[in-house]
Design a protein around this ligand. Structure first.
Ligand code: MD3
Ligand code: FE
Length: 218
């Protein structure tokens, strides 16, 4: 257990407050988005007003416990036909809302902070977790450009993130993600198995977690 710059407990052993290393090519920027949380949340709310959160069905027909929507040129979709990226919201038949400027700037600055030069995500998945939501161990492999990194931003309630290996059965590490934490995953970590084991909170006012995931999908 260590304390970061802001006095928060972290599960990382490395003391560098700017970029903790989770694994090769995977960096945690603790609190990188903290000063922008109010703006980001207002922009999330504006996207949701255009493209409401919904629970996709898995290809096997199970309702996902995480509610999702998208912004950007393409959005991640799941239904009985499979996982894919599409230009239009299947609910409204409209194009996904544009990525807010605050999202574009954050994704660019976070990726540059760990050495990626021209990250230009075309997809932003917005995940909303209530206290009972989970994301089981999976790989992100629906993107065409596996050379580009993924940037993820946590808001709202803290969560326990599962960080595994390149095989589903590899042992997993538990990493606490707090609001304002930004993680950049690329290189050898791009296809690592990962998930969300739990979201921590009590049944009070702000009982949800949001996660933004920026990807270059096409
Ligand atoms: C590690 N979301 O939407 S973000 C997902 O918190 C997803 O909502 C989680 O996994 C969430 O697919 C975790 C962190 C994340 C995203 C992509 C990754 C970690 C990753 C891709 C490769 C390795
Ligand atoms: Fe994922």
């Amino acid at each position: 257990m260590t304390l970061d710059l802001f006095g928060n407990h972290t599960t990382d052993d490395i003391a560098n407050p700017h970029a903790d290393t989770l694994g090769p090519g995977a960096s945690v920027l603790r609190g990188f988005a903290r000063s922008r949380l109010a703006v980001l949340q207002a922009d999330i709310d504006a996207v949701i007003a255009q493209a409401p959160l919904r629970h996709w069905l898995t290809p096997g027909g199970k309702r996902m416990s995480v509610a999702m929507t998208n912004c950007g040129e393409v959005g991640w979709i799941s239904d009985r036909m499979g996982y894919r990226y599409g230009t239009h919201d299947p609910l409204s038949k409209q194009p996904w809302p544009a990525m807010p400027a605050s999202f574009v700037a954050l994704a660019r600055e976070a990726s540059e902070a760990v050495g990626y030069r021209n990250f230009a995500p075309d997809a932003c998945l917005i995940n909303r977790y209530t206290l009972d939501a989970r994301l089981t161990l999976h790989q992100d492999r629906d993107e065409r450009e596996l050379g580009a990194p993924i940037v993820s931003v946590s808001l709202g309630l803290p969560a326990t993130f599962l960080w595994g290996g390149l095989q589903r059965g590899d042992r997993t590490r538990r990493v606490r993600l707090e609001p304002g934490d930004v993680v950049v995953w690329g290189g050898p970590s791009r296809l690592v198995y990962h998930g969300i084991a739990s979201v921590e909170g009590s049944f009070d006012a702000q009982a949800v977690r949001y996660n933004l995931t920026f990807r270059q999908a096409r």
